[in-house]
Design a protein around this ligand. Structure first.
Ligand SMILES: Cc1cc2nc3c(=O)[nH]c(=O)nc-3n(C[C@H](O)[C@H](O)[C@H](O)COP(=O)(O)OP(=O)(O)OC[C@H]3O[C@@H](n4cnc5c(N)ncnc54)[C@H](O)[C@@H]3O)c2cc1C
Length: 287
């Protein structure tokens, strides 16, 4: 239960993995199963930023007095913006009417901010003007990446190859999501709140621009899954339907790595559901 990055690496360092990739690290393969560490999926997300012509959370959060007021409101009454997710509003949408189920998660945040450069301590600074974000995350990516050990030493960092946007379907989903955000920004109710877009302006983008922009600016939504996936047999998977590692007695994997496919929504609740089910299975197997 070490998570979708660490669980496959524990198996790999124990000799359970792709034999061709273990041998160069001096690890003797015990069970040759290339599915260990493979099939990784994740959600990616991207934000569009707008200056607003009405006060937003920026107006409060930009000053220390405002921050203290919100902190006190939360501490004393458990109310206010600090009692909410930063994604105060959002939902699942079909970007095209012909789809039979939602393909996009969309977020609305009444705040805009800059973050410190990568590699430095993360500090989020809210902008000194009112602003808000419309962001999206394609919900059903199909590309698959991998996690492999970089060294036999357990302290060595993982090799993570997300392989994102490797399928035409995923690229199309990005374009559809960007267009959906543009459509939201164009609705009467939101248009009247916008002073001007800032940063990358989706209203001016061609489809190619949308995809290029996504490739440049997108980030993980931190939902890696699938690296010890569940399935019918060791040809396609790492664990069986009771989460038992193929070929090893008494070993289960219980975390997001066993998801056969990424869920369309966030992964925390499904992981908790999986853990409950795994606990039942383990209890039953001991009767
Ligand atoms: C920044 C961030 C924000 C997120 N936001 C959301 C959200 O808003 N909503 C949502 O639904 N999901 C969110 N997620 C995803 C969610 O947290 C994960 O899907 C979920 O925690 C997966 O559970 P897990 O048990 O598979 O792995 P984890 O929760 O990662 O648990 C694995 C545990 O194993 C431990 N471990 C690792 N290696 C070893 C080792 N060698 N020995 C012993 N212990 C080890 C780790 O320290 C960790 O405690 C977020 C994730 C991140 C990183």
């Amino acid at each position: 239960s070490a998570g979708a990055v660490a669980s496959p690496m524990i198996l790999q360092r124990s000799g359970i993995g792709d034999g061709n990739k273990l041998s160069p690290h001096g690890i003797t393969p015990v069970i040759d199963n290339p599915n260990v560490g493979a099939h990784m999926q994740d959600h990616l997300g991207l934000n569009y930023f707008f200056k607003a012509n009405q006060p937003t959370l920026n107006n409060v959060l930009h000053s220390w007095s405002g921050r203290i007021k919100l902190a006190l409101q939360y501490a004393l009454a458990r109310r206010g913006p600090m009692a909410l997710s930063v994604n105060q509003c959002g939902g699942y949408f079909r970007s095209r009417p012909d789809l039979d189920r939602p393909d996009q998660q969309v977020y609305f945040n009444p705040v805009t901010y800059t973050t410190t450069p990568k590699g430095t301590r993360t500090i989020i600074n809210t902008d000194p003007f009112p602003g808000f974000i419309i962001g999206f995350s394609p919900a059903r990516p199909t590309s698959r990446g991998q996690v492999q050990i970089s060294h036999a030493d357990a302290a060595a960092k993982p090799l993570i190859q997300p392989n994102s946007l490797a399928t035409n379907q995923d690229c199309q989903m990005v374009i559809d999501g960007a267009k959906l955000c543009r459509a939201f920004a164009n609705t009467e109710s939101i248009k009247q709140l916008i002073d001007t877009p800032f940063g990358e302006d989706v209203s001016q983008m061609s489809e190619d621009d949308m995809l290029d922009d996504f490739r440049k600016r997108c980030g993980t939504v931190f939902h890696p899954v699938g690296t010890c996936r569940m399935g019918a047999n060791a040809k396609t998977a790492v664990v069986d339907h009771e989460l038992r590692v193929f070929g090893v007695d008494g070993l289960r994997v219980v975390d997001a790595s066993v998801f056969p496919n990424i869920t369309s929504a966030n992964t925390n609740a499904p992981t908790m559901m999986l853990a409950w089910r795994a606990a039942q299975l383990i209890m039953e197997s001991r009767k």
